[in-house]
Design a protein around this ligand. Structure first.
Ligand SMILES: [Zn+2]
Length: 165
């Protein structure tokens, strides 16, 4: 189990807003809020949308939908909010009961959200800001690459680079 604070944006914000927030906070993902629904957007998701000339975050296809932890999950299971890892079994149980989703949302403020994962390495890709090039298939960073390059993780020619960088 692991947790991380990510920038929180609204579906009315733009892909450029999301990219700027990732860079400002040094994070490789943002949380998009649509009413009471929350999705995880990675640089690969954003770049894929930009490639298709989509500007609104509402138009971005998300990597994952986040399970929003409910009061009954938190109180009923006795999870720790301050030191989440001390109750990692309880967090894993929340995701298991939610239908085996990879990520859950623990808390949200005006512009940041706390996301938790079941597996330790699940959040490592999100601890660094976005590169200038990312695979739009698997999301892997391809720093210094060129558009159309073959991705080193998934092998597809789906690397997209931000124009002018
Ligand atoms: Zn890839």
């Amino acid at each position: 189990m692991d947790s991380i604070a990510l920038p929180l944006l609204q579906d009315s914000d733009s892909t450029a807003d999301a990219l700027a927030a990732m860079r400002r906070h040094g994070r490789g993902a943002v949380v998009r809020q649509t009413g009471l629904s929350f999705d995880l957007l990675t640089p690969g998701d954003l770049f894929g949308a930009m490639q298709r000339k989509r500007k609104a975050l509402a138009e971005v296809d998300p990597s994952e939908q986040l399970y929003m932890a409910q009061p009954v999950d938190l109180v009923g299971r006795g999870v720790s909010l301050v030191v989440p890892r001390s109750t990692e079994g309880a967090y894993e149980g929340i995701l298991d009961d939610a239908g085996f989703r990879k990520y859950g949302l623990l808390a949200a403020s005006a512009d940041m959200a706390i996301v938790f994962s079941r597996n330790e390495p699940g959040l490592d890709d999100f601890r660094e800001g976005p590169a200038n090039c990312h695979c739009t298939n698997c999301g892997k960073a391809a720093p210094g690459g060129r558009g159309g390059d073959k991705c080193r993780r998934c092998g597809q020619n789906k690397v997209y680079c931000l124009p002018g960088e």
